[in-house]
Ligand binder design. Structure first.
Ligand SMILES: Nc1ncnc2c1ncn2[C@@H]1O[C@H](COP(=O)(O)OP(=O)(O)OP(=O)(O)O)[C@@H](O)[C@H]1O
Length: 309
């Protein structure tokens, strides 16, 4: 490997790694001829940096949270030559780094970066936007929109759960039509979430068994935010089975066509810039990433006990 670029977001939640950027650069320089360090100057600058350097580097290291990773992969994924992506978790939730089993401890994460064990992972795509972790509408969007930035800064991941409890008291309801290659749903719903990775808000709440290498997106539609639906989700965790119940629907898909009434704001890896209707597809093994030590082991025990798709 000849060249790498570190792209760090100085305003992301966890500042531990920011003070160590020069030492990370030096450590990588022992293995790689040239390592360039960039600090983003504003939202969108990370994407500009990727567009200007991607053809010259073999690896891009994201230092920041899921918003930073999301911005970088949206510039990386449309390219023909895509450098390897490495993630050093420097945000608040760091969902995608967790899916890749990257340690949340800065020293261990740097060790894993230096080991440079890589694998290829699936990427989700909707209307020209790319996502690694999740795509959602309804309750999930309202939960993250209601998060108080002061609570997020002081309480980190807990802010998501405070907001979830507040939103659950008055869940949204909308008309949803979803068509995949093997499933069709039409009716009222309170939330739809599509997972590529398994973490949302720092926890494996919806997709503890999803794989980023199976060529499928996992789809969960919650018709009603009822105790029955919560019970079905908790039971699926405890029993290692697909969530099943009157108030929800769970399936896997390679492509989805989604319409809602009214049009809804989409939460995609935590970014909320797009609206329904939309079409989703999965790009199998589209991106080469640096993985954590347990990734291979975790991937080998991901299937549900009930194997039907
Ligand atoms: N220099 C900058 N100034 C302001 N915003 C920036 C800058 N660089 C990047 N951003 C934006 O900051 C936002 C927040 O960053 P990020 O999501 O990585 O951190 P976080 O919210 O703490 O982490 P997480 O999403 O994992 O909870 C992202 O949308 C990113 O595009």
């Amino acid at each position: 490997m000849n060249r790498a670029a570190i792209i760090a977001n100085p305003v992301a939640g966890n500042k531990d790694l920011l003070h160590r950027l020069e030492s990370i650069q030096q450590a990588l320089s022992k293995q790689i001829n040239e390592v360039i360090l960039y600090k983003t100057s504003s939202k969108g600058n990370g994407a500009q940096i990727v567009q200007s350097i991607a053809h010259q580097v073999d690896m891009i290291v994201s230092v920041g949270g899921d918003g930073t990773v999301h911005e970088l992969i949206n510039a990386l994924c449309p390219l023909e030559h895509r450098p390897i992506l490495a993630i050093l978790p420097g945000g608040t939730c760091n969902d995608f780094s967790r899916t890749l089993c990257i340690s949340q401890d800065p020293d261990e994460a740097i060790e894993q970066l230096l080991a440079r064990n890589t694998t290829h992972i699936d990427v989700g795509k909707h209307n020209g936007n790319y996502f690694l972790n999740f795509w959602g509408i309804g309750l999930i969007t309202q939960v993250s929109e209601r998060i108080d930035p002061d609570i997020k800064r002081d309480w980190g991941r807990l802010a998501y759960y405070i907001s979830a409890f507040q939103t659950f008291a008055e869940p949204p309801s909308f008309f949803l039509e979803v068509e995949s290659e093997s499933n069709y749903f039409r009716g009222n719903a309170t939330m739809m979430i599509v997972g590529n990775g398994s973490y949302v808000g720092g926890m494996e709440t919806y997709f503890p068994r999803t794989s980023v290498q199976d060529g499928y997106l996992d789809v969960l539609i919650i018709r009603k935010a009822s105790l029955e639906a919560i019970h079905a989700i908790i039971s699926s965790h405890l029993l290692d089975q697909r969530p099943y119940g009157e108030d929800l629907l769970y399936f896997q898909a390679k492509s989805l066509r989604i319409t809602t009434s009214p049009s809804l704001k989409i939460d995609c890896d935590g970014e909320k810039n797009t609206f329904t209707p939309t079409q989703l597809t999965v790009l199998p093994r589209h991106l080469q990433v640096v993985m954590g030590n347990d990734f291979i082991h975790r991937s080998s025990c991901l299937s549900f006990k009930d194997l039907s798709v």
